[in-house]
Design a protein around this ligand. Structure first.
Ligand SMILES: NC(=O)c1ccc[n+]([C@@H]2O[C@H](COP(=O)([O-])OP(=O)(O)OC[C@H]3O[C@@H](n4cnc5c(N)ncnc54)[C@H](OP(=O)(O)O)[C@@H]3O)[C@@H](O)[C@H]2O)c1
Length: 259
């Protein structure tokens, strides 16, 4: 068996993290670089990705490439996948993290544009990127024995749907199901898993009603929201050899939300 530090070592590996400029994505990017990986981080804002890439590079000495892409647009994903594969020299880890959950005042006011954009970013984008990069990962695993991992960032909203984010809960539930399907598609060479975060203090949380959140936290086992860095342990486990026998798994990092 590999040494314990080796189980979490990503030296010589490469990762593409969507939504890697802020929030949970940035924390995972920093952690993967600290563990030795070179990265590409992609979001809509090249400026924001460039700032984060420079910060992570300065802190870790790893190569971090910024890339501008709207992950909800099918026709931008071929280019993103090709750029990541070419510029990183192959991709070992894909983290489908970019996501959003716009609120609405009434279900009847959810229009087609909102529906399409939520499904596009949270479900269609991860599908297309996994299909493109997973196929390449699979082929490289078969020919070179390279170990690859896809990590989807879903949400506990997938299993605890609330009235204010129904399109989002549907997209994330789809992402959970897709995780299991892709694990079967790309096994045994690519592992595909999903993390369902609970409430984390990121930019998303700025729009929350904190009186309601504090009330909800009374039912959560750890009695508080998560801090962004607390996603990192699960992501490192799934990215590297520590998770070598884990695939098709969908699990919570939510401080203990009751079922
Ligand atoms: N925070 C929570 O409480 C929580 C709970 C459950 C699940 N999650 C999930 O965790 C993931 C990360 O959430 P977070 O809280 O870290 O969010 P965040 O702080 O708002 O960051 C979102 C990231 O995604 C990028 N992004 C947004 N729309 C995009 C698009 N159309 N194309 C490409 N990139 C896009 C953003 O960059 P740009 O703005 O530059 O595009 C940013 O880098 C999401 O999938 C979210 O659904 C979060």
């Amino acid at each position: 068996m590999a040494s314990i530090p080796a189980l979490f070592d990503l030296t010589g590996r490469t990762a593409l993290i969507t939504g890697g400029s802020r929030g949970l994505g940035k924390e995972m990017a920093m952690a993967f670089a600290e563990a030795g990986a070179d990265l590409m981080i992609a979001s809509r804002s090249l400026e924001s990705c460039s700032e984060t890439a420079a910060e992570i590079s300065a802190a870790t000495g790893r190569r971090v490439i910024p890339y501008a892409c709207h992950v909800g647009r099918w026709n931008e994903l071929d280019e993103l996948a090709a750029a990541a594969w070419d510029q990183l020299g192959g991709v070992d880890i894909l983290v489908n993290n970019a996501g959003k959950s716009p609120l609405y005042d009434h279900i009847a006011n959810v229009n087609e544009q909102l529906w399409d954009s939520v499904i596009g970013l949270n479900l269609k984008g991860p599908f297309r990127l996994s299909a493109l990069l997973g196929t390449k990962m699979y082929e490289r695993g078969k020919t070179e024995g390279r170990r690859s991992s896809i990590i989807n960032i879903s949400s506990i909203a997938a299993i605890h749907p609330t009235p204010d984010v129904i399109p989002y809960t549907a997209a994330k539930a789809g992402l959970n199901a897709m995780t299991i399907g892709f694990a079967q598609t790309f096994g045994p060479h690519v592992r595909v898993n999903c993390i369902m975060p609970g409430s984390f203090r990121t930019d998303i949380s700025k729009a929350w009603n904190w009186d309601l959140v504090d009330q909800a936290m009374k039912r959560v086992a750890l009695r508080r929201v998560g801090e962004p860095h607390e996603i990192v342990g699960a992501a490192l486990f799934l990215a590297g050899d520590a998770g070598a026998y884990t695939t098709g798994a969908v699990f919570t990092v939510d401080g203990g939300v009751p079922t």
